[in-house]
Design a protein around this ligand. Structure first.
Ligand SMILES: CC(C)(COP(=O)(O)OP(=O)(O)OC[C@H]1O[C@@H](n2cnc3c(N)ncnc32)[C@H](O)[C@@H]1OP(=O)(O)O)[C@@H](O)C(=O)NCCC(=O)NCCS
Length: 186
């Protein structure tokens, strides 16, 4: 299988609620708010203690994922204002043709469907425009909001991986979810 070099989506991914765009140093307020919710730094590289320098390093790490061919990390921004409220990332898993999706939304922007739309948009793009035939996600058993995101974005729960992810030093059970088709299942 030929692996194509990664590029940011062009045209950019957007709908009436969200636009997904590369991270910028203007997005430090969103990173600062994310760092204050312990759920976000626990499973990501968002700093636990925010400083402007840590915020800028976070932005540069997101761009370096593309340059290293690891994945595409995008800010989830309001479709009208362009203000960032979260992150969605599509990474290459070690298995050829398999991608993994990750996401967070800052507390003040939750409950509006932003995560579901962002996950659907990046998954559709990955399955239609990259060399992926499967996009999967891992989510802890108690993270009902994240399970809701995946179900709204057309992912199917496939099973339970026991003691699969170490979070805050503890091995945790996670559900594995996947989507195989670019068209959102009916
Ligand atoms: C999980 C998270 C991304 C959800 O973001 P969001 O933008 O509020 O999600 P959405 O508004 O798209 O909601 C998605 C679905 O989940 C449901 N949902 C949201 N919060 C919920 C909760 N606490 N319990 C149960 N269901 C919930 C919504 O009702 C919605 O379902 P619907 O489409 O049937 O109406 C956000 O809570 C977050 O960033 N959490 C911390 C980081 C995290 O857990 N990331 C995922 C790691 S796997």
């Amino acid at each position: 299988m030929t692996v194509r070099p990664l590029q940011y989506p062009n045209p950019p991914l957007a709908d009436d609620l969200v636009q997904l765009r590369p991270w910028s140093e203007k997005d430090l307020p969103a990173i600062e708010e994310a760092s204050r919710d312990p759920q976000v730094p626990m499973g990501t590289t968002v700093p636990e203690v925010f400083t402007p320098a840590e915020g800028r390093a976070f932005v540069h790490r997101q761009h370096s994922r593309l340059l290293k061919g690891e994945g595409v990390s995008l800010a989830v921004a309001d479709a009208q204002t362009g203000v960032a409220s979260g992150l969605v990332i599509l990474r290459r898993r070690p298995q050829p043709g398999v991608g993994g999706v990750g996401y967070w939304i800052i507390p003040s922007a939750r409950g509006r469907g932003m995560a579901s739309r962002a996950v659907d948009l990046i998954t559709t793009w990955g399955l239609a425009s990259l060399d992926l035939h499967r996009v999967e996600a891992w989510v802890t058993r108690d993270n009902l909001a994240s399970q809701g995101v995946l179900e709204s974005a057309g992912f199917e729960r496939e099973g339970l991986l026991r003691k699969f992810l170490i979070l805050s030093g503890e091995p945790r059970d996670v559900y594995v979810y996947a989507r195989l088709t670019p068209v959102l299942p009916g």
